[in-house]
Design a protein around this ligand. Structure first.
Ligand SMILES: [Fe+2]
Length: 261
């Protein structure tokens, strides 16, 4: 598997606090079955969380060396989790934002409640500059969770959706778990990621259990697509593919998608 969202680099945000914790997380990723991980420290324009690109790349190089020395089979690539903000187009022009794996897709974090005014213009400005957008954990955004039509319009505009494993595990409450499940049932997930911040928040056994359950819900082919194939496509600068939803299932689940909200 390939993870496109985690906070494994230490000392840059609310993720790993020490180099030892980063190494511990790398070990857990390997045990879970990951072979590649994008390190995505928070980038929140206008705050102290604005890590310079060079610092992220230097930390990634150092961590890869540590991981190799420890005999762990895992590769870290650089990235950022960028909070949606009107400054994003200017920051892009100034080369201060880092796409996932140095390719062409930006991991964009929506607000947890209401999206800020003008957020849609920011998304379109990013797309117009030739980047693609992977929207981090939309199931955790109250405004998006309450507006499935808005999610459909985002996907229709070319935005890709990244859902957290933890949402299926109930880590953020029942409402978020329900939204994640609905997104899965309706084939609206492009990538699954851990968004892990600490070694103690990432249990290989729990992810394997969630994978078994999710595989039963969406099928093994879709699970492979959103955990491995699509993340790799993103890192290669290719568009992730939508999940396949069976004909009968499409009709049945689409009704539920709209009726429940
Ligand atoms: Fe995150």
């Amino acid at each position: 598997m390939i993870d496109l969202h985690c906070h494994i680099l230490h000392g840059l945000d609310d993720g790993a606090e020490t180099a030892a914790e980063s190494l511990q997380m790398a070990h857990l990723f390997e045990r879970t079955g990951y072979r590649m991980v994008a390190a995505t420290p928070h980038m929140v324009p206008g705050t102290s969380w604005m890590p310079p690109i060079d610092r992220i790349k230097t930390r990634v190089t150092a961590l890869n060396q540590t991981i190799t020395d420890a005999g762990i089979e895992l590769e870290i690539v650089p990235g950022m989790e960028i909070a949606i903000d009107p400054q994003i187009p200017d920051l892009l022009d100034d080369d201060r934002l880092l796409p996932l794996g140095n390719a062409s897709c930006l991991l964009i974090e929506p607000a947890f409640q209401q999206l800020p005014p003008g957020w849609d213009k920011v998304i379109f400005a990013i797309l117009a500059k030739g980047y693609s957008v992977l929207l981090a954990h939309p199931e955790r955004c109250v405004q998006l969770a309450a507006n499935p039509g808005l999610i459909d319009r985002l996907i229709g505009s070319g935005v890709y959706l990244q859902v957290n494993w933890g949402s299926f595990l109930g880590q953020y409450g029942r409402a978020v778990a329900r939204t994640a499940r609905l997104l899965a049932e309706n084939g609206k997930i492009h990538c699954l990621a851990t968004d892990s911040h600490r070694p103690d928040g990432h249990h290989p056994a729990r992810i394997r259990a969630a994978a078994a359950e999710l595989g039963g819900l969406i099928g093994r082919e879709n699970l492979q697509r959103i955990t491995t194939d699509n993340p790799l496509r993103v890192l290669n600068g290719e568009p992730p593919q939508p999940m396949t939803v069976s004909g009968a299932g499409t009709g049945r689940t689409k009704k539920r998608w709209w009726r429940l909200w």
